[in-house]
Ligand binder design. Structure first.
Ligand SMILES: CC(C)(COP(=O)(O)OP(=O)(O)OC[C@H]1O[C@@H](n2cnc3c(N)ncnc32)[C@H](O)[C@@H]1OP(=O)(O)O)[C@@H](O)C(=O)NCCC(=O)NCCS
Length: 371
């Protein structure tokens, strides 16, 4: 078996924090305003009134208490209801590169690697920042790294699929050390006027050093990787460069992120629980041998349900399956490695599972062992 490790991780997140009460206050003001402006149409039965959101619902349904975002003021302002950013421009670093570099420097410090130790940069994210040049190449240039770099997209599994690519490149002899970066600047893509999704996402970035060297203090050997994809339209975004040339009409809102959250919940939980259970069987491991489940942070109830199915018990506490979603919201593909970064105090020989799941559907699960 190859000796390939996660030798260091680093995270970046913006300072602005929005609480559930704040996001609900803004949404409910928008609703009241909408219903007042459209009173006659509502009274005539032409359109339905919008309904209030609720902080109690959000915490109960998702586990989210706060989220870190790039622009609190404009997200909460009912005249804008989105973060404001400037057009990307060749005269300065892109927003994704800035976040990526912050996280990458921390991961490199933790892994004790220098730019000249790194052979490649793989950037995975849910949303393409631009068509080209790759943000990974921008970061590579900025950090003074030789070798190759590229971007890849697999929705909420982009981080673990990127780590998987890094593993394969190292196993094949193409590289010895790879920097994986996963910026998830999701809030520009959130429709803050939609009740069932306005509370879900936060912004953040994680970086991971994958290497066949072991000189870092906190190294985790990747024992096994398992990936699957199954097509589903339940999490979708049709925003693309084709929008400019489309001959039929669609509003901007229709092109943003949307999901059938309830179906995702019902379909993905059993799928992921069975997937991880099978992976453990294939590796002759018992669920009790797993000290930590670092799972995709889409929903705290989903995480708890998946873990309870795997270990066949509901009697476990948060230390077994950490929930950074409470503080950061859904960080798209960065969630599972955020959980890993914040809660990886395992003893030598203890094992854990890093697993992402999301749009596609896509799932990637890795068994790791603290060495
Ligand atoms: C999004 C999610 C939190 C919603 O939770 P849910 O329990 O499925 O909620 P539902 O959509 O079934 O709605 C339940 C009820 O709450 C209501 N509701 C929805 N949003 C609400 C809000 N913001 N405030 C108050 N009530 C709300 C609904 O109208 C519905 O009411 P009804 O029962 O009278 O019809 C949950 O489905 C989820 O997290 N799914 C997985 C998402 C996921 O993994 N996505 C991947 C992207 S990374």
């Amino acid at each position: 078996m190859e000796n390939i490790h996660i030798a260091g991780t680093g995270i970046w997140y913006p300072e602005d924090v929005i609480t559930n009460d704040e996001i609900v206050g803004s949404f409910n003001s928008y609703v009241d305003n909408f219903n007042t402006i459209n009173k006659s149409k509502i009274d005539d039965g032409e359109i339905l009134p919008l309904e209030h959101s609720s902080a109690a619902f959000i915490e109960k349904a998702s586990g989210i208490k706060t989220r870190h975002v790039i622009d609190k003021k404009n997200i909460l302002d009912i005249e804008t209801m989105m973060p404001l950013v400037e057009h990307e421009d060749e005269s300065r670093l892109s927003i994704h590169a800035k976040a990526g570099i912050e996280a990458a420097k921390k991961a490199m410090d933790q892994a004790n690697v220098q730019p000249n130790d790194i052979d490649g940069v793989i950037l995975g994210t849910s949303h393409a920042a631009r068509n080209y040049p790759s943000v990974a190449i921008e970061i590579q240039n900025q950090l003074g790294i030789d070798g190759y770099a590229y971007d890849m997209l697999v929705g909420c599994s982009s981080t673990t699929f990127a780590i998987n690519n890094a593993f394969s490149d190292i196993a094949s002899g193409l590289a010895e050390t790879i920097l994986v970066i996963n910026p998830e600047i999701s809030t520009p893509f959130v429709n803050y006027a939609k009740r069932d999704i306005h509370f879900i996402f936060g912004d953040g970035c994680v970086a991971t050093i994958v290497t066949n060297k072991t000189h870092a203090k906190n190294c985790f050997k990747i024992l096994d990787r398992k990936l699957i994809t199954k097509f589903s339209n339940n999490i979708r975004s049709d925003w693309s460069y084709l929008v400019r040339a489309a001959s039929d009409e669609k509003s901007m809102e229709d092109l943003l992120f949307y999901q059938n959250g309830n179906s995702v919940f019902k379909e993905v939980c059993p799928m992921v629980a069975e997937f991880i259970s099978n992976q453990l069987k294939e590796n002759d491991m018992q669920p009790s041998e797993i000290s930590k489940f670092w799972l995709h942070q889409a929903n705290a109830r989903m995480i708890n349900l998946i873990v309870s199915k795997i270990i066949n018990s509901e009697d476990f506490d948060e230390t077994l399956a950490p929930l950074p979603i409470q503080k950061f919201g859904n960080l798209a593909s960065a969630g599972s490695m955020f959980a890993f970064n914040l809660h990886n105090d395992l003893n030598k020989g203890e094992k854990g599972i890093i697993c992402s799941f999301g749009a596609g559907y896509s799932v990637c699960s890795m068994i790791v062992e603290k060495i």
